[in-house]
Structure formats: structure tokens, C-alpha cells
Design a protein around this ligand. Structure first.
Ligand SMILES: *[C@@H]1O[C@H](CO)[C@@H](O)[C@H](O)[C@H]1NC(C)=O
Ligand SMILES: *[C@@H]1O[C@H](CO)[C@@H](O)[C@H](O)[C@H]1NC(C)=O
Ligand SMILES: *[C@@H]1O[C@H](CO)[C@@H](O)[C@H](O)[C@H]1NC(C)=O
Ligand SMILES: *[C@@H]1O[C@H](CO)[C@@H](O)[C@H](O)[C@H]1NC(C)=O
Ligand SMILES: *[C@@H]1O[C@H](CO)[C@@H](O)[C@H](O)[C@H]1NC(C)=O
Ligand SMILES: *[C@@H]1O[C@H](CO)[C@@H](O)[C@H](O)[C@H]1NC(C)=O
Ligand SMILES: *[C@@H]1O[C@H](CO)[C@@H](O)[C@H](O)[C@H]1NC(C)=O
Ligand SMILES: *[C@@H]1O[C@H](CO)[C@@H](O)[C@H](O)[C@H]1NC(C)=O
Ligand SMILES: *[C@@H]1O[C@H](CO)[C@@H](O)[C@H](O)[C@H]1NC(C)=O
Length: 681
């Protein structure tokens, strides 16, 4: 009897409790979740809910993307900005995947849709992808908690909070800090610390102010928000929207957790009792180096004392040996003249540690110049380290280092940033920003299907063109790249194209005899006059860029054994009045036809054997942006005929030259004598 009564009581209690949560959850005005067991959240991507109600948006596997939404829409009265109001509060934790760095971050989002399955991981935070980022039709408001500095989105640092309207480029952002009431000052706060952190987001349409406030879990809500932005959200937020979270990882990762969440559109969102929140999973097992504390105390036997003494002697000897070996291991060359460049110099030890001893599993590339390794600096910035062997005299080295440092000052979103260098005996190490998606040739000429889509290709082309225009015309000196080819175009997390390796062609030659080699570049991308005169110009860079345009449009290499070369083939298609037949079959016709036609024709004219006929990078940019109209040239015109015959004549020279130097039409880079910088414009 008693047992039955108890069971019935238990039933009613459970029933009432669950009814209560449900009632609250379904109230369109407000909800509180202490953990998410009952929440019936709409989950997607890699998001999961733990048995204790903890919401996990991503774990520490690479390139994860997860999202979670309150399942029913929130209805806003958007008829006047006055009446739009909301307030939300949540507790999150980002537990980084490695000791040094966490990434990428998470967002709180208000969106007309809760399908984020096509959003991209990495710097896109699982919020947008390359094609919808920035569209005014998104009607998305997001508050980003971002732990990686992504220059493509103009991020201010690798630990910031931003207000994003339809775009990952934030309308307002600030390094993560909070106002400590107790101390009366701003204190910094590491987002990916693994600690519980509170966020309040308050919007009031009557004042048109959006406030974002952060604090560690131990603190009350600070009176001063971190971000306070004047913005009218009524044109952005639609009448029926979903609210939730997105998160992503890249090559650096976080576990992204949300522990509790409340939302209110009729008043301030309530805070949550910390004691009711689910707990974080225990941290991963300690490394084998940490020895568990010893149990009980043992008497020290004399033999033990002797062994310990012997051990100490052995350890000291080993220590001494290790010291000498380490000294040798980290040895570098540093000369007086380098002092002025010291801010640009990395110690070998730093690079050695960052790349984990230059182990082969960190190898990300190998080219004509040497091996490239991926590394992570103590600041958690990811780098690529290029080890170039050289054997040049002091004078050339001095000049080269001066130029390298000078190139470190080049700043453009489509140039791979050179961060610095280090010198060892017979070896130079160059440190660059790490590009997570590798080089264009690896993607374009791989069997990956679907391959890059048209929008990605055109964006890469525009990007590289603007980077090259900057080198040619917009910097204080004219910089020639000299070796433009898909292998030297690198792709960042968002698949934006960035030019890398400028000027390196020059280094290669320092050890060799100037009489025998006077050229730089890759034969298939070298202009005929460069082969004749050995003199690189902006126009020879344009020639190489033209080849890249044709490659991206057609998906073909400039020359492949047993095939008509790319230029002749595109001219053939054009003459047949069917230039679009030259487009990459892997695009399956999915491209903007006018753009494809333009890229093929423009690519051809950049590849013109006569430098005077080639456009400048400024003109290329104008054509690509639609600011200038590409001239009408009809099929089988004299112009095309003349083009073809002089091209073929020039190609014969190239072939002859290639066989002369023993190279085939290889993609290997040859060397040069000239300086990279053409001083004075
Ligand atoms: C993450 O989710 C995607 C699809 O949502 C899936 O393909 C992938 O395997 C998941 N990753 C892991 C590590 O579970
Ligand atoms: C992340 O979750 C997936 C399953 O969704 C699992 O396969 C993977 O091993 C997890 N990664 C880590 C680092 O726990
Ligand atoms: C929306 O707000 C306007 C102005 O404040 C008001 O006139 C209207 O009745 C509201 N609509 C609803 C459905 O509450
Ligand atoms: C981007 O996401 C939208 C939906 O949000 C989808 O329609 C589109 O195909 C996606 N684009 C890419 C390139 O993945
Ligand atoms: C937010 O920024 C985007 C571009 O970054 C801009 O188009 C938009 O007008 C801005 N919106 C507001 C409300 O400031
Ligand atoms: C996490 O919180 C503890 C206790 O408040 C604090 O001592 C520690 O510094 C925090 N860790 C980080 C990385 O901020
Ligand atoms: C935003 O913060 C400011 C400064 O503390 C405050 O005056 C204002 O009322 C806040 N607005 C909202 C909507 O919370
Ligand atoms: C504290 O942070 C707020 C918000 O970022 C800023 O407006 C304010 O100037 C800061 N105060 C100090 C003393 O740094
Ligand atoms: C929403 O705001 C109202 C009015 O301030 C308050 O009574 C209610 O408790 C709030 N609800 C939540 C879930 O924060």
C-alpha cells in the first residue's frame, strides 16, 4: 500500500515537474534551461546532449561544426522598432583541445532558419559559408565569441566578442574583458580557458541599444557592458525567428559547451542558479609525466641511498651531455649586421619547439626550395616554416635578408604574411602565416569531387589579382612576384586565395653560377620575353597570372603530355564559337557563363606573347570587377590568328629552352639573379 502510494506521489511530482518545464519551454515569451535534458533542442552537425543535460556543440576533432536551437519560433513584433525587445543569458565553457590554443569559437544567433547544416566550420563558426556570408537577405544577428584571429573577417585578435549582422565581419567587437565591480576595473577574460563564463545580451528597441556583457561564473552581472552598440534591429530581425547557438573547430579545436540558457522577450532574462547546472566532463587524463602521489611512507634502506647517489651522478652526467647536445641542436647564425632586423628574427629553438622538432608528421609541403612544416607558437598562432638550404656569401645574404624583412612589411589580405626568419649554418628558415587549406594546385588537380565551385574559383582569382595589383602598383616599391602558379597560391580557412613565396625564386640562385642560370620561374608560366632576355617585369607576372586564370576556368594544366596545350585549345574553342566548351567539366556547367567567358578570354590575353598586348593588373582587376568592358573579338578574327601564330612561335622557343636547361615543361621553379624589389617606380 505504502509503496503504491509513494509511487503514485512520485508519478505526480514527476508529471508536474515535467509539465512545468514544458509549459515554460513552450511559452513563446521566455524560457529557462538549467541543462538541456527536457529542452528538446533542435540539434545539428556535431552537436550532442550529454546524459546529464550538458549541451556540447563540438568536440575537439578537427573541422567540426555544431548547432542547437530552441525548437519553436520566437514571434517578434517588428512593426515598429520601439516594440522590439529581448534579453538572453547563458553560461558556456570552451575547453581547448591542446594546451596552447583553442579554436574556433561559438555564436549566439537569431535567425529565420534553424538549418545551419551547410554552414562552414573553421573561421565561419558554423554560422555562414563562403556563398552566404555577408548577404543582407540572411537576416541573421549573431554575437560571436571568437578564439582565432581570422584576418579575412578583420578580426581584432584571437580572444574577442563581436556583434555580427549578416556577416562574420563584425559591426562592433572588443577583446574579451569584463568590468569587475569589486575592483572597479576592466579585467581580461580568456574565452577558451575551460572556465565557466556568463554572457548577457540585452536589446531594447526603445533605446536602440544592444548590450553584450561578459563575466566569469563567480561574478554578478557587471554594471558596464563590454559592447554597447546603437543599432536598429527591426529591419534585421524578422517576425518569426529561431534562437540558438553555433560553433566550429578548425585545425585548432575547442570542446564548446553550453550549460544553461534563459531567454525573455518581455523583460530581463533571469540568471540561472549555478548549482542547478550540469557539470563539465572531467579533463582528459594527465600526461604520463605526472606521477601519482605516493601512498604510505617507507624506511630508506642504505642500498636505496647508495642507488640514489649513483643515480644523481648519472643524471648530472646526462644533464651535462644533454646541455651540450641542446646547445648544438639550437645553434644558429647571428651576425652583427642582423641586429637591426632582430624584431623579425625567430630563435631556432622557438621554431624547433613550434614544429615539434621538425618531425615528418608536421610536414605540409615540399618544393623546389625545401620543406615546409606546420607549427604552433606559444602564443597559439599557427605558422608555416619553410626550411631553405642556401650557401651564399655574406653580401648576398645581407641583401636577401634586407629584402625579406622589407617584404614582411607588405600587408594585404591576399598575400601570405611573412612573419620573420631565422638563420642557421647553410640554412635559412622563413616563417609565414599558416594556411589551413594548402595550395591551389593540390585542390584543383586532385580527384576531390565536387571540386572548387565557380564562386570559390572566381573569388580566388579576384583575390590573387588584387594581391598582385598591390605588389605591382600599390606598395611603396614595385614588387615582382616572379613565380605565380597554382602551387604558390595558398588557400586560407575560407578558401580565399593568397599569394605566397614571393621573391623566393631569387634566393635559389645564390649558390649557383650566375653565368649558367639567369632565370626565375616555372617554365609553363614564363613569358617568352622572360626566356629571351631574362628580365622579369610586371608584364611577365601578368603572363603567369593569365595561365592561372585559364587553369582555374578549365581545370587543366597549361601543358600536358599528349594534349594540345591550353592556350591553343581555348583559342580553338573560341574560333568554333563555343568558348564555354573550355570550361572545367567538373563544374558540370554550374557557373556564371558571362564570367566564365570573361575569365577565359582575359586569361588568353594575359598569356599573349607580346607584352604590350597584355593588360596591366589594374586593367585585369577592372575587367574582373565589371568596371571595364572586355573588347569584343569575333571568332576567327585576324587578331586571334596573329595571336596563335606568334604564340606557337614563342612556344617553340620555350620548348627549345626547356630542353637546353634539361628541364621538361616542369612545374619546378628555376632560379634568378635579379633583385625582387624594383626600386623606384
Ligand atoms: C560531424 O558531423 C558531420 C555531419 O554532420 C559528419 O559527417 C562527421 O563525421 C561528424 N564528425 C565527427 C567527428 O563525428
Ligand atoms: C568527436 O565525436 C565523434 C563522434 O561524433 C567521435 O567520432 C570523435 O572521436 C570525437 N572526437 C574526440 C576528440 O573526442
Ligand atoms: C506591434 O506594435 C505596434 C506598435 O507598438 C502595435 O500597434 C501593434 O498592435 C503590435 N502588434 C501586435 C501583434 O502586438
Ligand atoms: C551556403 O549555405 C546555403 C544555405 O544556408 C546553401 O544554400 C548554399 O548552398 C551554401 N553554399 C555553399 C557554397 O556551401
Ligand atoms: C554591419 O556591417 C555590415 C558590413 O560589415 C554592413 O553592411 C551593415 O550595414 C552594418 N550594419 C549595421 C546595422 O551597422
Ligand atoms: C579559471 O578560473 C580559475 C578560478 O577562478 C582561475 O584561477 C584561473 O586563472 C582561470 N583560468 C584561466 C585560464 O583564466
Ligand atoms: C546598455 O548598457 C547601458 C550602460 O550600462 C545602459 O544604460 C542601458 O540601459 C543598457 N541597455 C540595455 C538594453 O540593457
Ligand atoms: C572598460 O571596457 C569598456 C568596454 O570595452 C570600455 O568602454 C572602457 O573604456 C574600459 N575602461 C577602461 C578603464 O579601460
Ligand atoms: C521575463 O521577464 C519577466 C518580466 O520582467 C519576468 O517576470 C520573467 O521572470 C522573465 N522570465 C525569464 C525566463 O527570464
Amino acid at each position: 500500500m505504502a509503496a503504491a502510494a509513494l509511487r503514485s506521489l512520485y508519478f505526480w511530482i514527476t508529471f508536474i515537474l515535467s509539465f512545468n518545464t514544458l509549459a515554460l519551454a513552450q511559452d513563446q515569451n521566455q524560457f529557462i534551461y538549467n541543462g538541456f535534458l527536457e529542452a528538446k533542442l533542435h540539434l545539428g552537425g556535431n552537436a550532442t546532449i550529454h546524459p546529464d543535460g550538458l549541451l556540447q556543440l563540438t568536440n575537439t576533432s578537427e573541422r567540426q561544426q555544431g548547432y542547437a536551437f530552441h525548437p519553436s519560433p520566437i514571434k517578434f513584433n517588428t512593426s515598429s522598432s520601439q516594440s522590439l525587445l529581448f534579453s538572453t543569458y547563458f553560461v558556456f565553457a570552451m575547453v581547448p583541445g591542446s594546451l596552447t590554443a583553442g579554436g574556433h569559437g561559438m555564436t549566439f544567433v537569431i535567425s529565420p532558419s534553424m538549418d545551419f547544416s551547410e554552414a562552414t566550420a573553421t573561421s565561419y563558426l558554423g554560422l555562414f559559408n563562403t556563398s552566404n556570408n555577408g548577404l543582407p537577405t540572411n537576416h541573421v544577428l549573431a554575437i560571436e565569441l571568437d578564439t582565432v584571429e581570422s584576418p579575412e573577417f578583420k578580426d581584432i585578435d584571437d580572444n574577442h566578442v563581436g556583434i555580427d549582422v549578416n556577416d562574420l565581419i563584425s559591426n562592433d567587437s572588443a577583446p574579451a574583458t569584463y568590468f569587475s565591480e569589486e575592483e572597479g576595473t576592466n579585467k581580461s577574460l580568456k574565452l577558451a580557458s575551460g572556465n565557466l563564463t556568463q554572457v548577457w545580451i540585452d536589446y531594447n528597441g526603445a533605446e536602440n541599444v544592444l548590450n553584450v556583457t561578459l563575466a566569469p561564473i563567480s561574478d554578478p552581472k557587471p554594471s558596464r557592458p563590454l559592447l554597447s552598440m546603437v543599432i536598429d534591429l527591426s529591419p534585421i530581425i524578422l517576425e518569426s525567428v529561431y534562437v540558438g547557438f553555433t560553433a566550429s573547430t578548425g585545425t585548432i579545436t575547442n570542446n564548446h559547451f553550453v550549460l544553461g540558457w534563459s531567454f525573455n522577450k518581455s523583460g530581463k532574462a533571469d540568471s540561472i542558479e549555478v548549482s542547478k547546472l550540469p557539470s563539465l566532463p572531467p579533463p582528459p587524463p594527465l600526461s604520463p609525466l605526472s606521477i601519482p602521489p605516493e601512498k604510505g611512507n617507507q624506511k630508506l634502506e642504505p642500498t636505496i641511498i647508495v642507488s640514489v647517489a649513483a643515480l644523481v651522478v648519472v643524471l648530472i652526467t646526462i644533464g651535462g651531455a644533454v646541455y651540450i647536445v641542446r646547445k648544438k641542436k639550437y645553434e644558429e647564425v647571428y651576425e652583427d649586421w642582423e641586429r637591426e632586423y632582430s624584431p623579425h628574427r625567430f630563435s631556432y629553438k622557438t621554431l624547433y619547439k613550434a614544429t615539434r622538432d621538425f618531425k615528418d608528421n608536421g610536414l605540409i609541403g615540399e618544393g623546389g626550395f625545401g620543406k615546409v612544416y606546420r607549427g604552433v607558437l606559444p602564443s597559439s598562432d599557427q605558422i608555416a616554416v619553410k626550411r631553405v638550404s642556401h650557401d651564399s656569401g655574406e653580401q648576398t645574404m645581407k641583401q636577401f635578408v634586407a629584402e625579406i624583412v622589407s617584404m614582411g612589411r607588405l600587408r594585404h589580405r591576399n598575400l601570405v604574411q611573412l612573419l620573420g626568419y631565422c638563420r642557421r649554418r647553410g640554412e635559412l628558415l622563413l616563417v609565414y602565416d599558416f594556411m589551413p587549406n594548402g595550395s591551389l594546385d593540390k585542390v584543383l588537380y586532385s580527384n576531390i569531387r565536387p571540386n572548387l565551385n565557380w564562386f570559390q574559383r572566381i573569388r580566388i582569382l579576384r583575390g590573387v589579382a588584387s594581391g598582385l595589383l598591390y605588389l605591382h602598383e600599390d606598395w611603396e616599391q614595385v614588387v615582382l612576384h616572379r613565380d605565380i602558379k597554382p602551387g604558390n597560391i595558398l588557400l586560407d580557412a575560407g578558401l580565399n586565395g593568397k599569394l605566397g613565396d614571393f621573391g623566393l625564386a631569387r634566393l635559389y640562385d645564390h649558390g649557383s653560377n650566375p653565368e649558367t642560370t639567369i632565370l626565375a620561374g616555372t617554365p609553363t608560366h614564363m613569358a617568352p620575353e622572360l626566356l629571351r632576355t631574362g628580365k622579369a617585369t610586371t608584364s611577365t607576372d601578368v603572363f603567369a597570372f593569365g595561365a592561372v586564370m585559364l587553369e582555374l576556368a578549365s581545370g587543366r594544366k597549361p601543358k600536358e603530355p599528349g594534349q594540345v596545350d591550353l592556350v591553343n585549345w581555348v583559342i580553338d574553342c573560341w574560333n568554333r564559337g563555343a568558348i564555354l566548351e573550355a570550361s572545367d567539366p567538373r563544374l558540370e556547367g554550374l557557373c556564371v557563363e558571362e564570367q566564365m567567358e570573361l575569365v577565359l578570354k582575359l586569361g588568353l590575353f594575359c598569356s599573349h606573347p607580346n607584352p604590350a598586348t597584355r593588360p596591366s593588373m589594374r586593367q585585369v582587376m577592372q575587367y574582373l570587377d565589371g568596371d571595364a568592358k572586355f573588347p569584343d573579338i569575333s571568332p576567327n578574327s585576324n587578331l586571334l590568328d596573329a595571336f596563335r601564330s606568334s604564340y606557337n612561335e614563342a612556344s617553340n622557343t620555350i620548348m627549345a629552352f626547356s630542353s637546353l636547361i634539361g628541364g621538361s615543361s616542369s612545374s619546378h621553379t628555376m632560379s634568378t639573379m635579379d633583385s625582387i624589389l624594383v626600386v623606384g617606380r
